[in-house]
Design a protein around this ligand. Sequence first.
Ligand code: CP
Ligand code: NVA
Length: 304
Amino acid sequence: MRHYLQFSDFTREEYEYLFKRTAIIKARLKAGELYQPLPGKVLGMIFEKSSTRTRVSFEAGMFQLGGHAMFMQSKDTQLGRGEPIEDVAQVMSRMVDIVMIRTFEQSIIERFADNSLVPVINGLTNEYHPCQIMADIFTYIEKFGSIEGKTVAWIGDSNNVSRTWLQAAKIFNFKLNLACPPGYDMVVLDGQTYGSEIFEIFRDPYLAARDADIVTTDVSVSMGFERETLQRKKDFLSYKVSEKVMLQAKANAVFMHCLPAHRGEEVDPEVIDGPQSIVWEEAENRMHTQKAVIEYLMLGRIDD
Ligand code: CP
Ligand code: NVA
């Protein structure tokens, strides 16, 4: 049994397989074909934080696969009243066939997985957001064929999303340029080393974006960090993707954002709503890529 708790849980070869499956699953859906390999199966979803995309994409995706998705907010369950995560895992995994969790520390999802009888998927933790970056890379590859050797410029916080980009850079062999204020440098948590051909920190967003193929960003205050809002709003004032920042990148560069976005804060409206933005395709691909992950974790490799 496999889990998907961080991006490095799958190999490059597995991602290549998963992207091939994603393209097939997406094309069939667009053609109006039913593909329901999971009748009678249940996806249990635990949300300890808010969500729009993750909930909708998993719930719609599981339904399309012929199964059912169960939405739970931890505050409405005994988890919110202190039931140990290990006990929740033991009980839930005897009733559902696969689990998705959005929570705070990565250790919470790891403890759940250690006690689960069924596969567990990370739907965002403080540390990682693997499903997001899988969709982002699929979106880029769908448009441009390959991400190998490209440059991704991340302007903003060293958070769960950028830390996942870093894991992906090593697996797919592209470069991550990170522009962040002092005090917000990336803390690598997976014990891996990332050479300067894979990862470079800049203070200047214009330098980070120079010749980039993808320019991307995220909110400066992630869920769970709200108490730091005032300080962060000040510290990230000059870390915004503006049209001037986009001009540093390659002429065919794209803008990506995991969403939700705050126009005028981490990105200007002219960029996110402009011609280089591919944020809506990126959001849609969350559903198609996650369907491939669910299929893989539950059924293994499919030949057709
Ligand atoms: N990008 C993302 O995970 O969005 P939600 O918080 O809406 O799920
Ligand atoms: N970094 C953001 C991503 C939201 C999808 C957060 O954790 O709140």
